[in-house]
Unconditional design. Structure first.
Length: 330
């Protein structure tokens, strides 16, 4: 059941890939099939690969449609409705139905998935109606996969890679008419070496996506030892990718400060931070738009709703997920 203090819709937020993205949080925190070492939301509390209903498609549609109407009345631009929740979006068994309900809103729909359930034909069918789908390939090495993505023990990397390729094939056969991209997150000392990168790039070249993104951690990660690669290694990775894969883009910069505000500063801020940590400069812009001062942030920190973290020279604000919130949301 939905917690009244938690919104399914959040944003729009500035996205490095999708412009102005209105987020759809269709999974309660932190239910996922992975517990990635670099995850900006923190470690996975409930590891699962079982699809189920968390919110009804009608409930999601109602909140998103109301938010879209409000934003459009305020003159806000929305480039995508993006399924990018607290956990893995394809764990929602109603994902395909929800996408169908949202289509008449006339805004492109994106899904950012960790790919872990793409071995399931029903998941591939659900994703086929989206306009933009991102699949994650951090490594194709079994041992590295367990170190970086820390998957549910029932998952098999070989089956996941097969599922990604099957989904890509359906795109070429025109059953998936949207844009398919891959994302590879680099972690210093783990998957940023020549051997690992060549294997990843070879696999991505077989998938033949519309675009391949190379990312580095820019927000506070789940594990404190996680760091972005050196500039030298990042350049090496980019060169290898460009030699083997078409349309490569390196995302090693922040997304900007233009987070949207409409009516309830505290509720909207907590909804954004549940999924997307915010830098101090972006927080200042948000507070200014909402016509509130830093006392709101101080109050939320005192109430243990937020915490402040420093990561690579930047100060971030992150939502604290406590046990009470989890119980209310599940």
């Amino acid at each position: 059941m939905k917690n009244n203090n938690r919104s399914i819709a959040f944003g729009p937020i500035p996205s490095r890939r999708l412009g102005r993205s209105l987020g759809i949080n269709n999974i309660p925190p932190k239910i996922c099939s992975y517990s990635c070492v670099y995850c900006q939301i923190g470690a996975t509390d409930s590891m699962s690969i079982q699809r189920k209903e968390y919110f009804s498609p009608e409930e999601i549609y109602l909140e998103i449609s109301e938010k879209v109407k409000q934003l459009q009345n305020d003159g806000e631009r929305i480039d995508y409705l993006t399924f990018v929740p607290d956990g893995e979006p394809t764990l929602d068994i109603n994902l395909g139905k929800t996408i169908e309900l949202l289509k008449p809103l006339g805004i492109k729909i994106a899904v950012i998935t960790n790919s872990s359930l793409l071995w399931d034909k029903e998941v591939r069918t659900d994703l086929a109606n989206a306009d933009w789908v991102s699949v994650k390939i951090d490594t194709v090495d079994e041992k590295l996969w367990h170190k970086i993505d820390r998957p549910n023990r029932k998952l098999k990397l070989e089956e996941i890679i097969y599922g990604i390729k099957a989904f890509a094939s359906s795109f070429k056969a025109s059953s998936f008419k949207g844009m398919l991209v891959t994302e590879t997150m680099l972690v210093k000392g783990m998957n940023d070496n020549v051997e690992s990168i060549k294997k990843i790039a070879d696999t991505i070249s077989e998938i033949n996506p519309d675009k391949s993104y190379i990312l580095v951690p820019i927000r506070p990660p789940s594990e404190p030892y996680v760091e972005p690669p050196t500039e030298e290694n990042l350049n090496m990775v980019y060169q290898i990718f460009c030699n083997l894969v078409k349309n490569v883009e390196l995302l090693a910069y922040n997304e900007g400060t233009e987070f949207s505000y409409t009516s309830d500063a505290e509720k909207e801020l907590l909804s954004i931070l549940a999924v997307h940590p915010m830098r101090k400069d972006a927080m200042a812009v948000f507070l200014s738009k909402a016509n509130v001062d830093w006392s709101l942030v101080k109050k939320l920190i005192d109430q243990k709703e937020l915490k402040q973290i420093n990561f690579w020279g930047n100060t971030f604000f992150v939502k604290i997920l406590n046990e009470k919130n989890k119980m209310e949301l599940i």
